[in-house]
Design a protein around this ligand. Structure first.
Ligand code: F6P
Length: 363
């Protein structure tokens, strides 16, 4: 199909909305505002050092609520998301990786029915080396009492299980910019046409292959992994000669959006599991603006997302910036990892080639 005949994101959303004649249009308007934010971030990312975009915020030393170094582009992307989405009367509040506490909609703007949660620039520790990065967002329903100004917005309003999400998506800023979206009716991918500045539908009904021979994990943490993950990775590395009877590839971009996108297109499994590295951090990635939106997308695309033990979308959040162990991707592999979590006794770690006395991950 010629480029110009593909539906735009706007057309796609209008056609989707026809299925819900009573819908107010706020959700579509919010998604289009988010898409505009992603276009603006894509431009900032694309200028790189030409526009002085690289490096730390305020010359270094600045950390976000996670205790992580804030890049200039983290802060710019956060500001873009806020400016683009808070004015239109579609949301009642915003929560972001880059903000300690939620931001209510300022008094001068009308309040809308939704809450917007995002990681404005995921993988940004890699931005200076020109690796693909992305933005992740999740849309939740706002409590009526907040929308009607009967009480102020609180952090607790955002503590909704992933299954409650109304929509979720990500933009990946790679060789091309893509927006991948679910409103609970499959997963659809839109490519930014750089001439028109429009997202156009290029990937309808994306599905994650059920089986894979590719896995992604930061293996430098292997000594901190729990036994089910060690068993799984060990079996993958043993390849044809081990229990799996087939060879695997390993990938690690250290940019979750880029890994999720690869998995959506060709299958695979991503693991950033709970580990024992830092007892104060039960996992590395954040539940509300990383694990849940990616989980919603994976499940809608026929894949699976889990903590290893519990389906991600069933986890009841307890705090805004909560971290969690995350496993997602091809359904059969994620189910296998979940099964390993129920059979710890079946994990012959000490006999395995990977963790044997003379092995890759042992001295
Ligand atoms: O948000 C966190 C993030 O940048 C993810 O995008 C990525 O998967 C992970 O951290 C990389 O972690 P590590 O630095 O341990 O490889």
């Amino acid at each position: 199909m010629p480029l110009s005949n593909r539906p735009t994101l706007t057309q796609f959303l209008i056609e989707e909305r026809r299925r819900f004649p009573t819908a107010s249009g706020q959700l579509n308007a919010l998604i289009l505002d988010v898409a505009n934010a992603c276009k603006a971030i894509a431009k900032s990312v694309a200028y790189g050092e030409l526009a002085g975009m690289y490096g730390s915020h305020e010359g270094g030393g600045s950390v976000n609520v996670q205790g992580e170094e804030q890049k200039k582009l983290d802060v710019i992307s956060n500001d873009i998301f806020i400016a683009t989405t808070q004015w239109a009367g579609n949301i009642a509040g915003i929560a972001s990786e880059e903000m300690d506490v939620p931001l209510p909609v300022p008094q001068q703007y009308p309040k809308g029915n939704y809450l917007l949660v995002f990681d404005p620039l995921d993988g940004s520790s890699n931005i200076d080396v020109n690796v693909s990065v992305g933005s992740i967002f999740s849309i939740l329903r706002a409590p009526d009492a907040v929308v009607c100004d009967e009480r102020p917005l609180t952090s607790d309003d955002f503590l909704q299980a992933g299954a409650e999400q109304i929509a979720a998506g990500y933009a990946v800023y790679g060789p091309v910019t893509m927006l991948v979206l679910t409103v609970g009716n499959g997963v659809h991918g839109f490519t930014l046409d750089p001439m028109l500045g429009e997202f156009k539908l290029t990937h309808r009904d994306m599905t994650v292959p059920e089986d894979t021979q590719e896995f992604a994990i930061n293996a430098s943490n292997s000594r901190f992994w729990e036994s089910p993950i060690r068993r799984y990775v060990d079996e993958c590395l043993a390849g044809k000669t081990g229990a799996r009877g087939k060879d695997f590839n390993m990938r690690w971009i250290a940019s979750m959006v880029a890994e999720a996108h690869r998995i959506l297109l060709r299958g695979g499994v991503f693991m950033y599991p709970r580990d024992t590295k830092d007892p104060n951090k039960p996992g590395r990635l954040r539940l509300l603006y990383e694990a849940n939106p990616i989980g919603f997308i994976m499940e809608q695309a026929g894949g699976r997302c889990s903590t290893g033990s519990v389906p991600m979308l069933q986890v009841q959040p307890t705090s805004l910036h909560q971290r969690i162990g995350l496993v997602f991707g091809s359904r059969h592999e994620v189910e296998r990892i979940e099964r390993y979590h129920t059979e710890p006794a079946a994990a012959p770690i000490d006999d395995s080639p990977l963790f044997a006395p003379r092995s890759l991950f042992r001295d």
